[in-house]
Design a protein around this ligand. Structure first.
Ligand SMILES: [Zn+2]
Ligand SMILES: [Zn+2]
Length: 337
């Protein structure tokens, strides 16, 4: 089968690699859609080469069953939660394999999803209802769930004002989930294409921070005070610096974006605003099940955030585009819905 590997310094290759074999409690998944993620781009830009097939947002159909598989059947459509824990440690017992010290990571410690097939643990596979697209499943596997996780950790409620900093696939997902939960959303980015996409995803307002002061725009949008909730996905020092000034007194913010190490948040200002700041990293496995339910029953879809679909053989072009940042979500689609 075809698989995509990163060969260092923004290069990648489509190689012929063996179809992996599912072990005990595992299934072979024929990939329907899988997204290029911000975390892939960090690795893509690095100098290190690797023979590992990349990609960690698997979604597709069950194509073979390993021994000991109990529930899944051939042909089931599944989205795969991408942190595969050991299943027996304290963190796995809490349902949060993200913090398992013995976890398997797609594209890092095990072959990933930028391929025609990948192997997944049955317990990480969440069945998808008939009408749900592979694209939505790929979002739930990683970035859509990360957005949902941030909103859950903020305890975001209907009719609140939500500001989203950084309008890449995670930020756009925050807008889509936030709108679905009934929030009023304003988005901020420095790339005009992404500001436009935010509007398409349902943001009532979207600000280009190179043209307009985002703090003033948020204050105006929120009726003179700041936002109730804020999600920082850019990872930039500039974005983080604007968190506290953009919140109303008693507001809550989630820091999601990875990036700058600059210390730009002053604890005195957190106190002065009576603000709550939480770090939000991925999401527990159970929330992926909840999110499938939300897509099924509440009409949530991540499709408006998708701007490009590529076959695996066009991986170099797909990665160049995603790396440019002038797009929404870029998907590989090895199999039709
Ligand atoms: Zn991801
Ligand atoms: Zn574990």
């Amino acid at each position: 089968m075809k698989g995509v590997v990163f060969t260092g310094n923004r290069n990648c290759e489509v190689r012929n690699v063996p179809v992996p074999t599912p072990g005990h409690g595992e299934v072979l998944v024929r990939i329907g859609a899988t997204g290029i993620c911000g975390s892939d781009l960090h690795v893509y830009r690095a100098a290190t080469a690797s023979d590992q097939v990349r990609g960690h947002e698997p979604c597709g159909t069950v194509a073979a069953l390993g021994p000991g598989v109990r529930r899944l059947r051939l042909g089931d459509r599944v989205t795969v939660f991408h942190h595969q824990g050991c299943g027996v440690c304290r963190e796995c017992a809490r349902g949060d394999p993200v913090w398992c010290s013995d976890k398997r990571l797609f594209g890092v410690t095990i072959p990933g999803s930028f391929a025609e097939y990948t192997v997944a643990m049955e317990r990480n596979c969440i069945p998808m209802p008939a009408g749900m697209s592979f694209a939505d499943g790929a979002f739930i596997a990683c970035v859509g769930g990360t957005a949902y996780g941030a909103l859950k950790r903020l305890d975001a409620r209907p009719h609140e004002f939500l500001a989203v900093f950084g309008l890449g696939p995670v930020g756009l997902s925050c807008i889509l989930v936030g709108r679905n939960l009934g929030l009023n959303v304003i988005g901020v980015d420095v790339v005009s294409e992404r500001v436009e996409l935010a509007r398409k995803c349902g943001a009532a307002a979207a600000v280009n921070a190179t043209e307009q002061d985002p703090v003033a725009a948020i204050e105006q949008f929120c009726g003179g005070c700041g936002a109730d909730c804020l999600i920082e996905t850019s990872g930039s020092a500039a974005g983080r610096r604007n968190i506290l000034p953009s919140l109303r007194r008693g507001g809550r913010a989630a820091i999601v974006g990875v990036g700058s190490d600059e210390e730009v948040i002053n604890p005195t200002h957190i106190h002065g605003k009576a603000a709550t700041l939480v770090g939000s990293v991925v999401f527990p496995l159970a929330w992926a099940w909840e999110l499938v339910g939300l897509c099924d029953r509440a009409g949530l879809s991540f499709e408006p955030a998708v701007t490009h679909r590529f076959p695996l053989v066009e991986a170099p072009a797909a990665l160049r585009l995603a790396d440019s940042g002038r797009c929404g979500k870029v998907l590989f689609v090895p199999q039709a819905d």
